[in-house]
Design a protein around this ligand. Structure first.
Ligand SMILES: NC(=O)c1ccc[n+]([C@@H]2O[C@H](COP(=O)([O-])OP(=O)(O)OC[C@H]3O[C@@H](n4cnc5c(N)ncnc54)[C@H](OP(=O)(O)O)[C@@H]3O)[C@@H](O)[C@H]2O)c1
Length: 243
């Protein structure tokens, strides 16, 4: 059966890896036929991820969307439903971070971070959940962070947004359990992705890689519908990197 899976932030880093992991599962799992809707603001990134996904036999479409803009979220959901009639899985992965000491953070840093991590994640979840609620099935992943529970000095605004996402996760569980929808909170520690910018080799060597996270997400999705993996926590084996 075809599975309509929306992945936000699918152009780079963890989201790209999640898209490729779902696509690879199309090759190895009998009866798993994903149609991946790849979402981010940069079309060229999405095009190259779509080509890679198709090379594994999965269908992939790209939808350029800035989730900080509610009109664009509405267009994403409307177009997906017009084309495919349903949505089976949403991976809320798109996220941004501005990492600076407290005194250097600006109003623009605050608004930029909250617009994607909180406003965008909330409204996309709200609209997709109403589809899943009606059909009484579906799975929503939230890629939050260990920073959703633990503070780091350079991450004040980012942590606020991630603690906020965790609040949304817990609220969504209350709604989801009434209609057979699965909610998974994915909390990674440091993963080597473009989000970190230039990283010294010594630090890179102790970070996780995106594929370490994405395989767990696909495995959670492929479990029988009766079982919900509520939380996945990933940390570098040596513990958190306190940057
Ligand atoms: N890397 C880590 O150590 C780490 C650890 C824990 C949690 N996380 C979380 O994991 C998620 C992915 O992080 P990452 O490290 O893979 O980041 P990344 O490499 O910077 O990739 C982020 C992706 O999100 C997209 N994106 C950002 N803002 C968007 C928006 N407003 N609308 C649509 N797409 C948007 C980006 O594409 P465009 O810029 O082209 O839109 C990009 O494809 C984030 O939520 C992050 O907070 C990361």
């Amino acid at each position: 059966m075809k599975r309509i899976i929306i992945i936000t932030g699918a152009g780079k880093g963890i989201g790209k890896s999640i898209a490729i992991a779902f696509a690879k599962a199309a090759k190895t799992q009998r009866d798993f036929n994903p149609l991946l809707i790849l979402v981010s603001r940069t079309v060229s990134d999405l095009e190259s991820v779509a080509i890679e996904c198709r090379s594994y036999g999965a269908e992939a479409e790209i939808m350029q969307t800035d989730i900080a803009d509610i009109a664009q979220i509405e267009r994403l959901v409307k177009t997906t439903l017009e084309r495919h009639s349903t949505i089976d899985c949403l991976v809320n992965n798109a996220g941004v971070g501005r990492f600076k000491p407290l005194a250097e953070l600006t109003e623009e840093d605050f608004d930029y971070t909250m617009a994607t991590n909180l406003k965008g994640t909330f409204f996309l979840t709200q609209k997709v959940f109403s589809v899943m609620e009606k059909k009484r099935s579906g799975h929503i992943f939230f890629i939050t962070s260990t920073a959703a529970e633990m503070a780091f000095k350079s991450s004040s605004i980012y942590s606020m947004s991630k603690f906020g996402q965790k609040g949304l996760v817990e609220t969504m569980r209350l709604y989801a359990k009434e209609c057979n929808v699965r909610i998974t909170n994915v909390m990674p520690g440091a993963v080597y992705t473009p989000m970190w910018g230039d990283v010294q080799e010594a630090m890179k060597s102790v970070m996780m890689m995106p594929e370490d996270i994405s395989s767990g997400i696909v495995n959670a999705y492929l479990l029988p519908q009766r079982t919900s993996v509520e939380e996945l926590v990933f940390r570098p084996v040596c513990g958190d990197i306190n940057e």
